[in-house]
Design a protein. Structure first.
Length: 142
């Protein structure tokens, strides 16, 4: 039976490791919220602008733009619901809103995703049925 090789770590090495970890936590507590903030603002403003531009301009209300508006609305709601919570998850040491809010938040994200995925598929199906020039997936021969 052989003994395990255990290397001893000096006190100075432990202090250096702790100092590095504290610097990493400080930097990540600034960088991560900043990146998520930029994603949040650009995502909300960009998707809202797209939806407004298509809804406000009558010539832009084509059947194919309905699909784009649907995707932009889904992205808008997903960013609105998930990005603030994701920011807190990355910057804190755990979920701070309790068990009920955890389940509500996850349920909202799942419902929004399923609803808009289904809506997107439905819109695409209608486009392929109603628009003669819209590209269709090849149908396999039997």
């Amino acid at each position: 039976m052989s003994a395990c090789n255990v290397t001893e770590v000096s006190e100075s090495e432990m202090n250096a490791s702790r100092a590095w970890f504290e610097r990493f936590q400080l930097i990540s507590s600034i960088v991560i919220p900043s990146v998520f903030g930029v994603v949040f603002i650009i995502g909300l403003v960009g998707n809202a602008t797209l939806v407004y531009a298509i809804v406000a301009n009558k010539p832009m209300r084509t059947k194919s733009n309905v699909l784009i508006v649907s995707l932009a609305a889904a992205d808008f709601l997903l960013i609105l619901v998930s990005v603030p919570f994701a920011t807190l998850l990355y910057t804190t040491n755990g979920w701070v809103f309790g068990q009920v809010m955890c389940k509500v938040g996850h349920t909202l994200i799942i419902i929004i995703t399923i609803y808009y995925d289904t809506r997107t598929v439905h819109t695409h199906t209608r486009l392929t049925a109603l628009c003669p020039g819209y590209p269709r997936a090849p149908v396999p021969e039997r």
